[in-house]
Ligand binder design. Structure first.
Ligand code: BGC
Length: 387
């Protein structure tokens, strides 16, 4: 598969891949995964690689329902939170494993003005006076059934999900054709490619909303996981969880993850931002290589997480300018996962590569406006391992 490589680590992996014995792959298997309440059939695609990694994704929300990876002793565990049945996803899911859109994260007051016209969105988040539109509205991309096509390349299996979001859906302008492709390759890379076109100018901000627990889903909290985030600044929020517009340095504070630090080490610190988020729930401004564009590449490191007990690690690279680190603060033990264990507070974390929250109302942030005739492309890579 074609990769634009920036990290020396990935480059090494790539060189190894190029010299390794080539491995032809069949298209992934598709099976029924029940029907929605409206009777629409949903399918599950199972992507496997030769290292024993298995990723299952369903056409409802392009949701990753399980991801099995080996620990340092070769023992597999499912490292993403989720449910056993489609009915549970439909009934109540905090976006487990889904693609969120058309606009992932929050838009202040559920409105924005574009080309002189005001657009009104569902205010599906926040208390009185603090309302916003979250993750695309009442029926965002996580709650619709996508079309799907099984794919294969040498050494990789894939599935391409497509969805046409009609002009006016959830209040957004333009017929938006969204394509999200998942690839799993033999080097333990899960690649997510996004591609969008629209017939009217519209904001777009799609992201993958998997909750990870590298010990295994249902195996307690994530506070001992060590996180590295290559970001010198973040976008502080107000009481409505909307960025104030400031890009604030992280240096010296509890949001500084430039050196590997346990998620739980400072989560209880006296800090206004941690209080507002109920823990970590913030967008970090990723450091991007100075001449990235000139060198022809687009990806930069976004995060690394290491779990000391199992040795599992996860490295994320992205073409996006930001990443939302959410420490699962709203999980409260009321949801029961695949293996029958409940999901208490902070039993999973999300690392959502994205443009900054509320960008349609913040002209100083990188633009999220997709114009007709243009193709919006974005890529995020999740790389798994254990040592
Ligand atoms: C947001 C959280 C929100 C969660 C919903 C995350 O992307 O940052 O604030 O509660 O999604 O599950």
């Amino acid at each position: 598969m074609k990769l634009k490589i920036h990290s020396p680590y990935l480059a090494a992996v790539f060189c190894f891949a190029a010299t390794a014995v080539s491995f032809s792959t069949e298209t992934p298997e598709a099976k029924p995964f029940g029907k929605t309440k409206e009777g629409v059939p949903v399918e599950v695609f199972t992507l496997v690689n030769k290292q024993g990694v298995r990723l299952r994704a369903i056409t409802y929300g392009a949701t990753v329902v399980s991801l099995e990876t080996p620990d340092r002793n070769g023992k597999n565990a499912d490292i993403v939170l989720g449910y056993k049945t489609l009915g549970q996803y439909e009934k109540s899911s905090p976006y487990f494993g889904a693609i969120v859109g058309r606009y992932g994260n929050r838009i202040a007051g559920g409105k924005f003005t574009l080309e002189g016209k005001e657009y009104k969105l569902a205010e599906n988040n926040g208390g009185p006076g603090l309302k916003s539109s979250l993750h695309g509205g009442l029926r965002g991309f996580d709650k619709v059934v996508w079309r799907a096509e099984a794919l294969a390349q040498e050494g990789a299996q894939g599935v391409r999900f497509s969805y046409l979001s009609k002009d006016g859906e959830e209040g957004y302008p333009g017929n938006l054709e969204a394509k999200v492709t998942y690839w799993l390759d033999d080097q333990n890379e899960w690649r997510v490619d996004y591609e969008m076109t629209s017939d009217k100018a519209t904001p777009v901000n799609l992201t993958q909303h998997s909750y990870f627990n590298l010990k295994g889903e249902g195996k307690g909290d994530i506070l001992g996981h060590e996180l590295t985030l290559p970001a010198s600044k973040f976008t502080p929020v107000n009481a409505a969880m909307i960025p104030t517009g400031e890009l604030r340095p992280v240096a010296g504070g509890p949001l500084d993850f430039n050196k590997p630090t346990a998620i739980g080490a400072r989560i209880q610190a006296e800090d206004e931002q941690l209080r507002l988020g109920g823990g970590y729930d913030h967008n970090f401004v990723l450091r991007r290589p100075l001449f990235a564009g000139l060198l022809g590449g687009r990806m930069h490191p976004a995060a690394t997480v290491r779990e000391p007990l199992t040795g599992r690690f996860l490295t994320i690279l992205t073409s996006e300018p930001g990443i939302q680190f959410y420490s699962g603060n709203f999980l409260d033990g009321t949801l029961t996962g695949k293996a029958g264990a409940s999901y208490p507070k902070r039993s999973g974390f999300c690392l959502e590569t994205q443009h900054y929250p509320d960008s349609p109302n913040q002209p100083a942030f990188p633009s999220t406006i997709l114009k007709p005739g243009k193709v919006w492309k974005s890529t995020t890579v999740f790389l798994f391992g254990a040592k």
